[in-house]
Design a protein around this ligand. Structure first.
Ligand code: TEU
Length: 545
């Protein structure tokens, strides 16, 4: 039964380009999402979140928007989007759209005008600066590698682009720009959208433009006016409406996220933070090999859980998305089918007992793995291709670079959805825009639905429990075993009752720990029965009175 309370809701994230192709183009489309609405109902989710489907040159697969008001023809038409909303609403499903308001494509008409002259009315919609001694204005680094400024010969100035060269940062100091953004958000609210995910929205307020020893994040992350801008956005658009909002907060802090999500501040409902997904970035370095730091993973998860619970904030809880490797390959084990299924279920149980709004990324519910590409021509993502060039230029051998991309790249989460055993996993009748993982004959939706012991039914059960039991929504969070090298454990306490979650992250049998009450009734387990010890990747959710 779907939930009307956004705090009891579960969100399914769709990367449309890789979800379901109905035209044979080799790329997913909006009619392909409509085809699968009953699948979402079977799973039991409440919202579907589409990553951007607006007009875009697709240099960053839609996060480079050239027209906020038009649907990218490769995904379909605006009528298709209307049909999707209508068909979703008819099933009690809500639709969350992804809005990118930190930057636009350099193909957006605002930027085309802005670059024409220094006195163009749109000049100040973006951030233009003179260089210094033929060098960029500051030494800030782009998140996709290289310097964050690009020189434009038309007016002999640099423009700021924290991401790709084709993604120019908007100047939120400009009141006319802000007003145009609010008008656009209201357009999509009037269109019938039920929620928004705001892309890197904590970067919209840039502070001082100074050099730094590091990449410059301290000047634009959670910037000086970010809360003011979000409150103004709220008041001018969704603030008085039943619209669920979530902000993607890059490199943020708990303190800021308590402010972003404090209901009394009228900013956003909830936030994504990514610190728990950097525990395999030694020294903050993504492009290297490293086992994930399990103790640090638990510390970060629980710090955020307890702080946001006690401070009245609200987390998005998630393992992966279109920017992350597949979680079963990253924090679980995909070396055998038994380990993949057990650890895939374990990760689901470990996460879905936490406080916040759970997000399930397409394919996570069937335990899709990293596609294990072996050639650079299989990669599509601008960040991956930039990293490949940079690592090779630094002298790293090709095989090593490919190994690193194969574990860390965003492409890992973007290989097409695996629907069935048919050609191209039933994703397309054409040639897929990106190779499909070779294991689709075994890992696909059709097989998962036929197998009552599949990972899919673990997610279905967890979603049902969250809808049924207020403990998950309102219960306090009590961490346990924070220094244990194998077990992740916590309690949710509500109305004198306790839900205990315990997950063995190791392929070893571990004795039950002392000091944790594991006498409760089993709500869900990935082994289906109880043993006198915790078996490899065993996870339990217990309900004690
Ligand atoms: O992601 C922002 C972001 O922080 C990640 O891209 C991260 O910086 C990157 O993966 C390095 O590890 C959002 C979108 O989710 C992403 O797809 C876009 O590429 C990016 O913003 C720019 O819009």
């Amino acid at each position: 039964m779907a939930s009307n309370d956004w705090r009891k809701s579960v969100v399914y994230q769709i990367y449309p380009k890789s979800f379901n192709d109905t035209t044979g183009s080799g790329e997913g489309d909006i009619p392909g999402i409509i085809e699968k609405l009953d699948y979402f109902k079977t799973l039991g989710v409440d919202y579907i979140w589409l990553t951007p489907v607006y007009k875009s040159p697709m240099n960053d697969n839609g996060y480079d928007i050239s027209d906020y008001y038009e649907v990218n023809p490769q995904f379909g038409t605006k009528a298709d989007l209307e049909n999707l909303l209508e068909a979703a609403h008819a099933r009690g499903l809500k639709v969350m759209m992804d809005i990118v308001i930190n930057h636009t494509s350099t193909s957006h008409n605002w930027f085309v005008e802005s670059r024409k002259s220094k006195d163009n009315p749109y000049r100040d919609y973006y951030i233009w600066k003179d260089g210094k001694d033929n060098a960029p204005p500051t030494n800030w680094e782009s998140k996709f590698g290289g310097n964050a400024w690009t020189y434009d010969s038309a007016t002999r100035q640099y423009y700021l682009r924290l991401f790709d060269v084709s993604q120019a940062d908007l100047n939120w100091e400009n009141e006319n720009l802000r007003r145009e953004i609010y008008e656009m958000v209201n357009y999509w609210i009037d269109f019938g959208v039920d929620g928004f995910r705001f892309d890197v929205v904590n970067l919209i307020s840039k502070g001082a433009f100074e050099d730094s020893d590091g990449p410059g994040k301290e000047f634009y992350t959670d910037g000086p006016k970010v809360h003011e801008y979000l409150n103004e956005l709220n008041r001018n658009t969704f603030g008085d409406k039943e619209i669920m909002t979530v902000g993607e907060m890059s490199s943020t802090t708990i303190e800021h996220c308590l402010k972003y999500t404090n209901p009394e501040r009228n900013e956003l409902n909830s936030v994504f933070n990514f610190h728990h997904l950097k525990v395999d970035y030694p020294g903050g370095e993504k492009w290297t090999f490293a086992d994930f730091d399990f103790i640090e993973l638990k510390r970060i998860l629980m710090d955020w859980q307890v702080a946001m619970d006690e401070g009245g904030g609200w987390n998005a809880i998630f393992w992966c998305n279109h920017d992350q490797p597949r979680i079963v390959s990253r924090f679980g084990s995909d070396d055998t089918e038994e380990n993949r299924v057990r650890s895939g279920k374990m990760l689901a149980i470990a996460l879905h007992g936490l406080k916040g709004t759970p997000y399930i990324y397409q394919g996570e519910e069937i335990g899709m793995t990293n596609p294990k590409f072996t050639r650079i021509d299989q990669y599509r993502d601008v960040e991956s291709l930039n990293a490949y060039s940079e690592l090779k230029e630094e002298g790293m051998d090709n095989a090593r670079v490919l190994e690193i991309l194969g574990t860390k790249s965003r492409d890992n989460g973007r290989s097409p959805m695996q629907w069935n055993k048919d050609r191209h996993a039933g994703f397309t009748s054409g040639e897929p825009w990106m190779d499909i993982a070779e294991n689709y004959g075994n890992i696909n939706v059709e097989s998962a639905l036929e197998d009552k012991d599949s990972i899919f039914y673990t997610y279905q059960k967890l979603i049902s429990l969250r809808h049924e039991m207020d403990h998950f929504t309102y219960g306090s969070v009590v961490p346990h075993l924070m220094k244990d090298n194998a077990l992740f454990a916590y309690e949710r306490v509500y109305n004198g009752e306790t839900i205990t979650v315990i997950a063995n992250f190791r392929e070893e049998t571990i004795p039950y720990p002392d000091g944790l009450d594991t006498t409760g009734a089993t709500l869900i387990s990935n082994y289906g029965d109880r043993a006198g010890e915790l078996r490899p990747f065993e996870a339990l959710m217990l309900h004690g009175q």
